[in-house]
Design a protein around this ligand. Structure first.
Ligand code: DX5
Ligand code: ZN
Length: 228
């Protein structure tokens, strides 16, 4: 269960990048609260996606939309400011990347941006716990980062549950994001374990009607929250 609002964040990685303006409009009209933007550098993950320009473009196309940027890059401290200036509302940086996470999180917050800490499926929660007071959101990867369309790793769920328990106990105001393989079948267990932000790429964009797909995901998520 989560006591925080359930937010749906379509991942732009799953969109048709050949028609980015049309896709931006489709997301805006879908009823989704956030947009998730995956930045990959070919070093931290074995794939290259897009960078600062994509954030700037979506900011221009999407007005006030909340842009949730996921930096899967080796030196997030070096580029954080560029992404904030381009229009990121939330910056998720990886605990496993080559930087001092505490310092990066603090500097993101100082610039008025929401600071998120992302952890890979194999990363133990105990490494993230000391950093929670510096975070607005904890992003739990439910696939190994790098590619959309991978199957959900349900073995991450106990970690999400534990994170939610710690956050509640400490009375931290922190959202928990799940990212990777989220769809109508896997979302209920994420919400039931205490996540409240659902990132979904390939599943949502595979549906002919994005608004209907977002509504369906929201309804299964809300039902799971009621039944616990
Ligand atoms: C994976 C990315 C995800 C990806 C999710 O490395 O962080 O945000 O876009 O895509 P799906 O929903 O297809 O697993
Ligand atoms: Zn992501």
């Amino acid at each position: 269960m989560t006591n925080r609002p359930i937010l749906i964040a379509p991942s732009i990685l799953g969109a048709d990048l050949g028609c980015i303006d049309r896709e931006a409009k489709r997301i805006q009209e879908s009823g989704a609260e956030w947009v998730h933007i995956d930045v990959m550098d070919g070093h931290f993950v074995p794939n290259i996606s897009f960078g600062v320009n994509m954030v700037r473009t979506l900011r221009r196309l999407m007005g006030e939309a909340t842009l949730d940027v996921h930096l899967m890059i080796e030196q997030p401290d070096r580029y954080a400011n560029d992404f904030i200036e381009a229009g990121a509302d939330c910056l998720n940086i990886h605990l496993e990347a080559r930087h001092q996470s505490a310092r990066t999180l603090e500097s993101i917050r100082q610039k008025g941006c929401r600071a998120g800490l992302a952890i890979n499926p194999a990363t133990l929660l105990k490494h993230a716990v000391p950093l929670l007071p510096l975070c607005d959101q904890l992003l739990c990867m439910t696939v190994n980062p790098g590619f959309g369309g991978q199957p959900f790793m349900k073995e991450v769920l106990p970690k999400i549950r534990e994170a939610r328990e710690i956050i509640l106990r400490q009375n931290y105001q922190i959202d928990i994001t799940v990212d990777g393989g989220v769809n109508d079948e896997t979302a209920p267990s994420c919400i039931g374990s205490g996540a409240n932000i659902l990132v979904s790429g390939s599943h949502l964009f595979a549906q002919p009607d994005l608004a209907q797909a977002v509504a369906k995901l929201r309804s299964v998520a809300t039902a799971a929250n009621v039944s616990g």
